[in-house]
Design a protein around this ligand. Structure first.
Ligand code: EPS
Length: 397
């Protein structure tokens, strides 16, 4: 794992912190570019009151000098503006766990006598720092022409229409143009309406987002061992995001019901010896290795656990049945989850590309990137001879 990162910070504490280790020297970094992604994470219909309090802006206090990474660990901080509203407050005891949140499981694991201690760290407020770390990884990937974007494809029961082999850059743009971050303008209104109805019903909604990486070189990841398969790393990274309960590469679950002839991406060869595909149903990964086609991952978010209508639970202080207590929350956080998914994909891909290229500076890596083997017959010379295993040990037979 060339890239390692840690985050620290509670949802209503003074600040959030991240340290990223393993980025090479020479990546141009601007706080403005990080802040753009932080602002995208704050925008979208369906948010609660908290997003009108916070104005996330990064402080970079180590590892970036004169606008470039030095190769040293990068330290990042984002202030919680809401902290001043909590600092002097006598906080009500929280003793009734919300089904679907970490309230109960956190207390069970750590022996908390106050459920707020679980929610403070389980909160998706922490994803602010993942987006900041992801922005650094996006800047690294951009040096090699790799671009990452995403959009919403489903909110509640409303599904967007996405063409089979779309112009992804156009989809990224279209998605930024509406408040539910979907590239299908016809579905945007219905999604907005579904969230509005959920608010009226004092309920919450989840959905599905799609993250895409473009111009990823072939050959990242590996089939040789379980913990080197890139599809597994991507899925794990996605499901590590708060409230994400499932992830698939391409349309894995739909493909599970189809015959192979309707799933696999058949190959052609052009006059220059380039091997092309007629489709990208594999979502850019075969054998845990990138194919060179767009990497496409879809992530399912459960509806947020904090519901205005409350849910049946148990007051642990009295041992009696009790409704959960509502303070404040998002109704649907999926539109603003897209930059978080992008960030996690950027982190995993940056890590894989660093591993492939080796080296300590962008300068060292650029020629190595240019020399990578591609999907061309001239890059894939075959022996085309009969051969034998000839293992050094023949199994004692
Ligand atoms: C969250 C609850 C809400 C969300 C929060 C995640 O916060 P609060 O309890 O302060 O109203 O707004 O998300 C963020 C603060 C954020 O920055 O995304 C939760 O319980 O997970």
């Amino acid at each position: 794992m060339p890239i390692r990162f840690l985050t620290a910070g509670e949802s209503h504490g003074p600040m959030l912190t991240a340290i990223v280790e393993g980025l090479p020297a020479g990546i141009p970094i601007s706080a403005e570019a990080v802040n753009e992604d932080l602002a995208r994470r704050q925008a979208g219909y369906g948010s609660g009151g908290r997003m009108s309090i916070e104005r996330d802006a990064v402080q970079i206090s180590a590892g970036v000098v004169a606008g470039h990474t030095t190769g040293a660990p990068v330290a990042l901080h984002v202030a919680n503006r809401d902290y001043k509203n909590w600092r002097e407050k006598d906080i009500e005891a929280l003793t009734t766990p919300r089904p679907g949140h970490a309230d109960l499981t956190g207390a069970l694991k750590y022996g908390y006598r106050e459920l707020r201690l679980s929610l403070e760290r389980a909160s998706a407020r922490e994803t602010t720092m993942r987006v900041a770390v992801g922005a650094l990884c996006k800047a690294y990937l951009a040096q090699f022409g790799v671009r990452i974007g995403g959009y919403v494809v489903q909110i509640g029961g409303v599904r967007a229409n996405i063409p089979e082999q779309p112009d992804y850059k156009r989809l990224f743009e279209l998605a930024e143009a509406n408040d539910v971050r979907t590239p299908d303008p016809d579905s945007a209104e219905a999604m907005h309406e579904a969230i509005r109805q959920a608010k009226i019903d004092k309920d919450t909604l989840g959905g599905v987002m799609e993250l895409v990486a473009l111009d990823v070189p072939p050959g990242l990841g590996s089939h040789v061992h379980h913990d080197r398969r890139l599809d597994a790393k991507i899925v794990a990274a996605m499901v590590s995001i708060q409230a994400m309960k499932g992830a698939e590469i391409g349309q894995a679950f739909a493909q599970a019901g189809l015959p192979g002839s309707q799933v696999h991406d058949e190959m052609d060869v052009d006059a220059e010896g380039r091997i092309t595909r007629r489709s990208n149903r594999a979502g850019g990964l075969e054998g845990g290795i990138t194919t060179g086609d767009p990497v496409v991952v879809r992530v399912a978010m459960k509806p947020i656990a904090t519901m205005l209508r409350g849910a049946d639970s148990v007051d642990l202080a009295t041992g009696q049945p009790s409704k959960t207590v509502y303070e404040r929350s998002d109704f649907c956080a999926l539109p603003r989850a897209v930059p978080i998914g992008e960030a996690m994909l950027a982190i995993v891909l940056a890590d894989a590309l660093l591993e492939k290229l080796g080296g300590d500076s962008i300068e060292e890596m650029l020629p190595r990137f240019a020399a990578l083997r591609r999907n061309r017959t001239q890059d894939l010379p075959m022996n085309a001879q009969p051969w034998r295993f000839n293992y050094p040990y023949d199994g004692g037979l």
